[in-house]
Design a protein around this ligand. Structure first.
Ligand code: NAG
Ligand code: NAG
Ligand code: NAG
Ligand code: NAG
Ligand code: NAG
Length: 468
């Protein structure tokens, strides 16, 4: 039995995020597009709405999601707009340079479906591609980059379940990137984790254009813009998702990875396709279109590679594959079925959940970020809400415990009750106390009265839900 205590700094937060959008019955509603400054306000809504709800790690982006519902959009429109916004303000772990998984409850067709828009290995990738290279070859630089899937994923969600135009759901993120957003505490914390002023964010001109426009790293409260990314998103808004996978944007991604030792080609970009599965039947046909999604560029700031002309941080999802003889960043031993192959997708812990009451009404939609800790964080939240009857906020706030069996170690967040730690140790667990931030959970619940509650991760400063 061991008890270790790590400080916050020691605990590298695995970097995925959850966007959860849940909508029951959106009423037709005609209104003008919100003026450009509208997305910069948030938390000014009644928190007892029955039309729809969005929760994610940025209250601003949740609000942009519910703006779409107010314009007459569906939960899918809300999800696309909120996801793209999160990719702007939380570029350290999300964006169009990444990918993810999404669970959709489609009440009209009476099914649950998954949309797998995870990144794929380039055609030239192979099992031993990192053998003999430096330890960081699968995490830093062009060889770490897999073909991004987010734009195709959002395209699918929008085509199948959206009601507003593609342009309408993409443009709010363009405005946030172009007009700017305040550097917040979450961003400062992540910038400092990669070295603050002494990092690539300042020394690499491609990153510095956004992160150090005046020579030093942006500070808390500064208005930060991402003008190249805004132009990129606008091109995608106007010309559609293909503009990402063909032409100038695809070329800029291919050029950036190849000039950093990568193997990604234009053919890899052109061939990317999402995968869908039709998995469970919805128990009744009540009208709640519900989506739960997690998107990521993998580790903090992905491959530390940003396309110089189009401003896209690129993922390092190749590190999610197993490599013979090497543990990955989360301490998992290599698994042969997760070895690299051309066009293959790496395994993931992403586990979006949607729960229904016995009568078929949606009661909870949730998801988590945090690499291997996603599974335990999601399970704890579901157990607390459904099993113990806790309110969602209390359930999210509660301390988390994580054990992935390999390595044989139980992580508990500092602040957990002593009796829990003692109980675990008495049962022979090797308990390690870590700083809070093992994982990030977002969720939406719908009470029996039809009123939504949307809760963002309480461990993040800027997260939040929005209800209309
Ligand atoms: C919702 O909240 C507003 C103010 O926060 C209150 O005026 C209204 O009565 C509430 N409605 C319901 C149905 O609880
Ligand atoms: C970066 O440098 C500036 C100017 O020297 C300083 O004010 C700021 O605190 C530094 N930021 C970090 C994160 O070290
Ligand atoms: C950079 O300098 C300009 C001109 O002084 C100023 O307007 C802007 O706010 C600064 N930007 C940041 C992020 O510090
Ligand atoms: C990418 O590189 C090719 C070959 O060097 C060049 O012709 C093309 O203009 C570049 N494209 C972009 C968008 O940088
Ligand atoms: C605790 O660690 C020891 C030594 O690594 C291991 O043998 C044991 O199985 C671990 N206990 C649990 C419950 O994981």
């Amino acid at each position: 039995m061991n008890l270790h205590r790590f400080g916050r700094e020691h605990n590298t937060l695995p970097c995925t995020l959850g966007v959860t959008a849940l909508l029951l019955l959106s009423l037709p509603f005609t209104a003008a597009l919100p003026p450009p400054q509208a997305p910069l306000r948030h938390n000014d809504r009644p928190q007892n709405g029955t039309r729809g709800a969005v929760a994610c790690e940025s209250a601003l982006c949740s609000r942009i999601g519910t703006d779409m519902i107010e314009l007459g959009g569906s939960a899918a429109d809300a999800l696309v707009a909120a996801t793209l916004c999160v990719g702007v303000v939380a570029m350290y772990h999300s964006g169009i340079g990444g990918g993810g998984f999404l669970l959709v409850r489609d009440p009209e067709r009476g099914v649950y479906e998954t949309v797998d828009f995870r990144e794929t290995a380039p055609a030239a990738a192979h099992r031993d591609m990192y053998a003999g290279l430096s330890d960081t070859a699968s995490t830093v630089g062009g060889l770490a980059v897999a073909v991004p899937g987010e734009v195709r994923g959002l395209e699918t969600v929008h085509e199948r379940w959206g009601k507003l135009s593609w342009r309408t759901v993409v443009m709010p993120a363009v405005r946030v990137a172009r007009e700017g957003f305040r550097v917040n505490e979450d961003l400062v914390r992540y910038m400092n984790r990669v070295g603050g002023n002494a990092s690539f964010l300042v020394s690499d001109p491609a990153w510095a254009e956004d992160f150090a426009p005046n020579g030093t790293l942006v500070k808390l409260g500064d208005l930060m813009t991402r003008k190249r990314y805004a132009n990129t998103l606008e091109t995608i808004a106007i010309h559609g998702p293909d503009a990402f996978y063909y032409g100038k944007i695809a070329e800029s991604i291919v050029n950036a990875t190849q000039s950093s030792n990568g193997i990604l080609t234009l053919a890899d970009m052109a061939e990317y396709a999402i995968q869908t599965r039709t998995s469970h039947l919805v128990t009744t046909d009540s009208t709640g279109l519900t989506l739960s999604s997690t998107t990521t560029i993998n580790l903090l700031f992905g491959a530390l590679l940003l396309t110089p002309d189009t401003g896209i941080p690129l993922n390092n999802e190749m590190d999610d594959f197993s490599q013979p003889g090497r543990r990955n960043a989360f301490g998992y031993d290599p698994a042969p079925h997760n070895y690299i192959a051309p066009g293959k997708r790496p395994l993931s812990s992403i586990s979006p959940v949607i729960a229904e009451r016995e009568g078929g009404e949606v009661v909870l939609a949730t998801g988590a970020a945090g690499g291997s800790r996603i599974v335990s964080a999601t399970a704890e939240t579901v157990w607390r809400v459904l099993g113990r009857g806790m309110g969602l906020e209390e359930a999210v706030r509660g301390s988390r415990v994580h054990d992935q069996l390999i390595p044989a170690e139980t992580l508990v967040e500092e602040g957990v009750e002593e009796s829990v730690v003692r109980g675990l140790m008495e049962r022979g667990h090797n308990v390690t106390v870590v700083g809070v931030g093992l994982s990030a959970v977002h969720g939406v619940v719908r009470g029996e009265d039809g009123v939504f509650e949307a809760v963002g991760e309480t461990r993040l400063k800027e997260s939040g839900g929005s209800v209309v």
